[in-house]
Structures are given as structure tokens and as C-alpha cells.
Design a protein around this ligand. Structure first.
Ligand code: FEO
Length: 411
């Protein structure tokens, strides 16, 4: 039995819980805790349904709505974002609410028509437009690229509630609906993972939009998200954390990310780790094939530095490391520094050059020359690795930003 959750008088959560999804966007974002597709029903003189769910969850959505109101009575369906995790079940639901107008923006309308080849009764809105429902009024705020060009927020003026769609969400399936019902540490961890894996490359746009919303000085009693938990106790903390990530705020932390063939590069990684730790800088070490890419990306979000390691194979880096570099390039992180290390047999230049070049393209500053060791590290070479870790830690401490090209990059 799928029950709605009453949020406040005449406002209900009527979304769906997806306990079993384990990757989002089909590849690197591991969703160990599942997700939810949140939808809200606002009952006033007019009835508005806000956002939809994934096509596989139509039955949950329909049942929760029907326990509040006959879907035929819905006057407006407000579509804030067309990505299919929120729009897949709309065509089925539209059949049950024949009188509903679809309230959305031009970009979302175009996408809906392209995805579903159908025609509904659209009413287009833009930033600043309002929809009067009776006692309550919704104001629309277009938020392009948070997360798609069509993305939009809605603000329920009388209650200070922001319907933020993808922004501030997390992929976290639970029966709880609010921030104060779970551990804050867990919530912020999922929040960071979501930002890092979904929104990070869009940081300049996010920062601008959030500063614009802050300047509006609107009361923010709740942020109702379209994934995971919503915010009522820590709504301002959610906004501040996004602003910090969007600005590229980092802590003095280093990630060592590597793969290894005959454990030479791994021995180097462990000695480098010791060097970093001896300098009083926090560090975490991940061997790529046995580590979760989505978790590494989350950990990188607030880390200052990354040390990337690979042995040379056929004069190239290992494919696992190349895949990680591909991810880094897409993230376009701000304020990061890096260096490369690895073992080799007889050709050492190409792997380091490729790794440094790709990290440079990602806007990451190369803080130290690559450390390459032939075949296997001898004891004195392990000492070089330790020193390399210490030197890199010093660069982190000094906040190395010699080539801060990343700051200028736009999503
Ligand atoms: Fe949750 Fe951009 O879709």
C-alpha cells in the first residue's frame, strides 16, 4: 500500500521510492542506497501536481495521489524538469487527469514533445510568473542547467517553500522525507555525492543562480527536492554547502588514486601516502579496479590535491586510469592540484605526459614533476616516494594555485 505523506495542511508528498537502483545515468554514479522520485500535491481551490516520477513507478505515484484526491480533479501538472527519471510516467498520468494543464517553460515543452510525441494543454511560464491556486500562489524561477536546460524551481510564497527539483537532492531511498529524520552526517555525505556526480561541472551556473536567489531575500522554510530527503531544519545549510562547492572550496586533503600491474606502483602509492600523512595532511588511497568511482568523485569534491598513479603499458597508462581521467575532464573541478607517479620498464614519458595533459585540460594544476621509477622501487626509491608525498603535502598547505585556469572555465 503506497500512502502519501502529509507535509503540511493541503500539501502532500506523493512520489515513489526506488529501493533497488544501483547506478544513475547508467555508469559512474553508484546509488548504493537507491533513490526516490519526489512529487508533490498541492490542494487549494485549484489542485496542482508538481513533478513526476520514473516510468517504472507509475503505480506508486497513481496510488499515492489517489489516496488524497481523484486525479480527475487535478487542474495543473507542473513540470520542472523533463529528464525521464521525472517525466517517464507523465504520459500515463495525463490520461487520468484529462483537464490538467501542463505548466512549464518553453524548453521543457520542447523536450516533452520530443520525448513523448504527444500534445497536452500547455501554459508556458518564465521567471517571475505566478500561478494563483486560491489561498496559495506559486512563483516560477527558471534554473537552466540545474540540471538540464529546462530545469525550473517553484516557490510557494505563503509558506516559504522552494520546490527545487534536482537541486539539493540526494540519491537515497528511505521512508523518511526530511533532513531532521536521519543522521545529518549521512545526509551531507549523500548530498555531496549527488553534487559531485551530477552537478559539479555546472558549478559556475549554480553559483550565479544561488546568489540570485539569496539576493531575493525570500524566506526559506523548506526546500522540497525531487530526489531523496527534503530540507526543513537545515535548508540554509543545504544552500550554503552548494555555494561552497560551487565556489570550489577545498580542505587540506589529498586523494591517491592509482592502479598497479606487478605492485610497483602500489608500493610507490603507499610510501607517498606515508609522506603525506607525516606532513599532517589528511589523505585517502584508492586502487581503481576495487574502488567505487562515484565514491572517489564524491571524496574529491572538497579535496585540494590528487596524486594519480599508473604503470606504463605499451607506452600508455592503464585503461582503468585512463577512464578515471576521462571522468576528471568532465568534472572541470576548481582549485585543485595534482601530480603523477608510476613505474615503467623502458618508456616512461608518454603515460605521464598524457595524464598531466588530461588533468590540465580538466583545469587541474600540475604541482610537481612526475615521479617515474623503473621496474620496481628500491629502498632508496621508496624514500623518494615518501619525499614526493611530503613535497606534495607542502604544495597543498601552501594552497598552490599557480595556474588557476580552472576558475575561468565555464560549464
Ligand atoms: Fe533527477 Fe536531472 O533528473
Amino acid at each position: 500500500m503506497f500512502n502519501p505523506v502529509k507535509i503540511k495542511e493541503n500539501l502532500y508528498w506523493v512520489g515513489a521510492i526506488d529501493w533497488n537502483i544501483r547506478t544513475f545515468h547508467g555508469y559512474t554514479y553508484s546509488t548504493h542506497s537507491g533513490t526516490t522520485y519526489n512529487s508533490y500535491l498541492l490542494v487549494d481551490d485549484k489542485v496542482a501536481l508538481i513533478d513526476g516520477v520514473h516510468m517504472n513507478f507509475f503505480d506508486q505515484w497513481r496510488e499515492r495521489i489517489s489516496r488524497v484526491i481523484d486525479p480527475k480533479r487535478i487542474d495543473y501538472f507542473i513540470c520542472n524538469h523533463v529528464e525521464p527519471d521525472h517525466s517517464g510516467a507523465i504520459p500515463q498520468m495525463m490520461q487520468l487527469m484529462p483537464q490538467a494543464k501542463v505548466i512549464t517553460n518553453q524548453r521543457a515543452k520542447d523536450a516533452l514533445l520530443k520525448y513523448y510525441s504527444t500534445y497536452w494543454n500547455f501554459e508556458l511560464v518564465k521567471t517571475g510568473d505566478i500561478l494563483k491556486l486560491g489561498k496559495k500562489t506559486l512563483k516560477f524561477i527558471e534554473a537552466p542547467m540545474i540540471h538540464w536546460p529546462d530545469s525550473m524551481f517553484d516557490y510557494l510564497e505563503q509558506d516559504g517553500i522552494l520546490f527545487s527539483n534536482d537541486a539539493f537532492g540526494q540519491h537515497y531511498a528511505s521512508l523518511e522525507r526530511f533532513d531532521d529524520q536521519v543522521s545529518l552526517e549521512l545526509l551531507m555525505d549523500e548530498n555531496a555525492k549527488y553534487y559531485a556526480n551530477i552537478l559539479w561541472p555546472l558549478s559556475p551556473i549554480i553559483l550565479k543562480k544561488l546568489q540570485e536567489i539569496k539576493a531575493m531575500n525570500i524566506p526559506l522554510e523548506m526546500i522540497l527536492t525531487s530526489h531523496g530527503l527534503s530540507w526543513r531544519k537545515y535548508a540554509h545549510k543545504a544552500v550554503e554547502s552548494y555555494i561552497n562547492w560551487a565556489k570550489g572550496s577545498v580542505s587540506q586533503k589529498v586523494l591517491i588514486v592509482y592502479d598497479t600491474m606487478y605492485y610497483s606502483t602500489e608500493k610507490m602509492a603507499l610510501s607517498i601516502l606515508e609522506g603525506i600523512l607525516s606532513s599532517g595532511i589528511a589523505a585517502r588511497l584508492y586502487r581503481l579496479p576495487v574502488s567505487d568511482m562515484g565514491d572517489i568523485i564524491k571524496e574529491f569534491l572538497d579535496s585540494k590535491g590528487i596524486l594519480l598513479g599508473s604503470p606504463v603499458v605499451n607506452n600508455e597508462i592503464l585503461p582503468t586510469v585512463e577512464k578515471f581521467l576521462f571522468e576528471l575532464k568532465g568534472l572541470r573541478p576548481l582549485n585543485k592540484i595534482a601530480a603523477f607517479f608510476g613505474s615503467y620498464g623502458w618508456m616512461k614519458e608518454q603515460a605521464a605526459k598524457y595524464a598531466e595533459g588530461t588533468m590540465g585540460e580538466a583545469g587541474i594544476n600540475i604541482a610537481l614533476p612526475a615521479l617515474n621509477i623503473r621496474y620496481a622501487p628500491a629502498p632508496e626509491e621508496l624514500r623518494q616516494c615518501f619525499d614526493f608525498g611530503q613535497k606534495f603535502a607542502l604544495e597543498v598547505k601552501n594552497g598552490n594555485q599557480r595556474n588557476n585556469a580552472g576558475k575561468a572555465r565555464q560549464a
